[in-house]
Unconditional design. Structure first.
Length: 499
């Protein structure tokens, strides 16, 4: 087995915090190495060292048998190390082709001047898209694509560098099952070509499908490395946390379903969805399953009024309402969006500020808002949600993904909602943080909160929800009882197939 990438004693500190210490491991060529660890374990720091974003305080990196020193990501690119980040690095107003070749568009000369060779750029982008069997127009603006399609473009961009080592940070976090299958086919093809891949994901099940080895970090150090074929989920979680720290995987004890709080009839917003009807009851957790493009997020945004529907009716607590964010919030409906960093948080503002954004009207006294008036709202959510924060005045971007998601939830809980929409609440958070988020949702439902829960991970829907609606091609096509529905049957329903 040929070693392609070697880390020897890598260490990196940020002030007094030892983010990575003494990490040594050899990554074999042409294999997929799953990099595992809870938030704060050192995964991101290791990736930044490998892609040149930061430099190690100690240790060295070898490609083959040659030591390398990366002063910048450009150095890593030149050496053949390419990163696909969890957070998209695309320019929404530019086309797919422009994003793929950003900073390196093909040039030609006309009248003695250097100009972009647009036909060549579009042709080369089309070739890359066709190579991945993607039916996307290279001239289309990236901002008009769904989040999942944007993630695919990010991966195509990485492929355009013909990488020797590919670092993948949560590449499937925005993808539904059919897109994950497409990505995995690509990764297996790259593996056959000898590309070395380091793959970060919190979706444990997919690691057993795609990875060859699991490399586990805990508290900035290597906890172990095992062949995936020779290990189990429990063994990996034990390495991640020092002991099996998962909460019991049983749904919360259910109360008798309460009164109807939300009634949706014939809601339509073409082309995303049409003629959707459903009810939601007090204390119920209603899941919505579906593949990417099924219309789940678009439906929730329409009910909330972020993207008003073109037809249909919404009744909240028995009263007909015209959907709109202000009107819905005033009537007790909260919404945690799919993309927390763009739509749910102001990253450069403090944790304190982000916990109060949705409840400023309730906090204000005679039109005046003070930090002292906000303080009880902040303290309550930090305590109730166990948000790990040293200083509420620190920027929210400094928190881990799981704690950022808790801030998004806490911001809306401060409005005292009676109905909450959770769109992909566990995206990009570790196993332990997921269980904490689920426990929060179960506890609030037990107190009477009515919940709509969307997740691309069907296992989560079966674990968390009391009832599941299946959306396919913009319509509700089935309803399932999670206690009586096998995973395969739910997946088949999403695909429009018999179980």
């Amino acid at each position: 087995m040929t070693v392609d990438l070697t880390c020897e004693g890598l260490a990196r500190a940020y002030g007094p915090v030892r983010a990575l210490e003494g990490f040594s491991h050899a990554f074999a060529r042409g294999r997929i190495h799953a990099l595992m660890g809870k938030n704060g374990s050192g995964k991101s720091t290791l990736v930044k060292l490998l892609n040149g974003a930061v430099q190690p305080d100690a240790g060295r990196i070898l490609l083959g048998d040659q030591p390398v020193a990366f002063r910048s990501p450009a150095d890593a690119f030149a050496a053949g190390i390419v990163t696909v980040h969890q957070e998209l690095s695309l320019v929404p107003d530019l086309s797919i082709a422009e994003n793929i070749f950003l900073g390196r568009l093909p040039m030609t000369r006309r009248l003695g001047l250097g100009v972009v060779d647009w036909p060549s750029a579009l042709r080369r982008a089309r070739g890359l898209l066709d190579g991945m069997a993607l039916d996307l127009d290279p001239a289309a603006a990236v901002g008009r694509l769904s989040v999942g399609q944007q993630q695919i473009v990010e991966i195509v961009k990485a492929m355009s560098f013909a990488p020797r080592v590919l670092l993948l940070d949560e590449p499937t976090s925005a993808l539904a099952s059919n897109d994950v299958d497409l990505l995995f086919r690509l990764l297996r093809d790259l593996k056959a070509r000898g590309v070395t891949m380091i793959y970060i994901s919190h979706r444990m099940s997919e690691l057993f499908e795609i990875a060859d080895t699991a490399v586990v970090l805990r508290d900035g150090a290597l906890a172990g490395a095992v062949a995936v074929a020779d290990t189990t989920t429990d063994a990996i979680v034990d390495m991640m946390f020092g002991e099996t720290a998962r909460a019991a995987r049983s749904r919360h004890a259910r109360l008798v379903r309460g009164e109807k709080v939300l009634e949706v009839r014939g809601l339509t917003r073409r082309p995303a969805f049409a003629d959707v009807s459903f009810d939601l009851h007090e204390g119920e957790i209603l899941g919505i399953a579906g593949l990417l493009g099924a219309g789940r997020t678009e439906l929730m945004r329409a009910v909330f009024g972020a993207d008003p529907p073109e037809a249909g009716t919404v009744r909240l607590f028995g009263e007909a309402v015209v959907p709109g964010p202000a009107a819905m919030k005033a009537r007790g409906l909260g919404y945690t969006p799919e993309n927390r960093k763009e739509d749910g948080l102001i990253l450069d503002r403090s944790i304190h500020d982000n916990l109060c954004m949705a409840s400023l009207g309730a906090i204000a006294r005679r039109g005046i808002i003070t930090a002292a008036a906000e303080a009880p709202f902040v303290a309550r959510q930090i305590a109730d949600l166990s948000i790990q924060v040293a200083d509420p005045a620190a920027p929210v971007r400094a928190l881990s993904g799981g704690n950022q998601q808790k801030v998004v939830i806490g911001n809306w809980l401060n409005t005292a909602p009676r109905v909450m929409f959770f769109d992909e609440p566990s995206r990009g958070v570790d196993v332990n943080a997921k269980q904490q988020l689920f426990r929060i949702i179960w506890d609030k439902a037990a107190e009477g909160l009515a919940v709509v829960f969307v997740s691309s991970e069907l296992e989560e829907l079966l674990e968390v929800c009391d009832r599941i609606l299946v959306m396919r091609e913009g319509r509700i096509t089935a309803e399932r009882d999670p206690s009586r529905t096998p995973l395969a049957a739910l997946y088949a329903a999403c695909m429009g197939q018999a179980a």
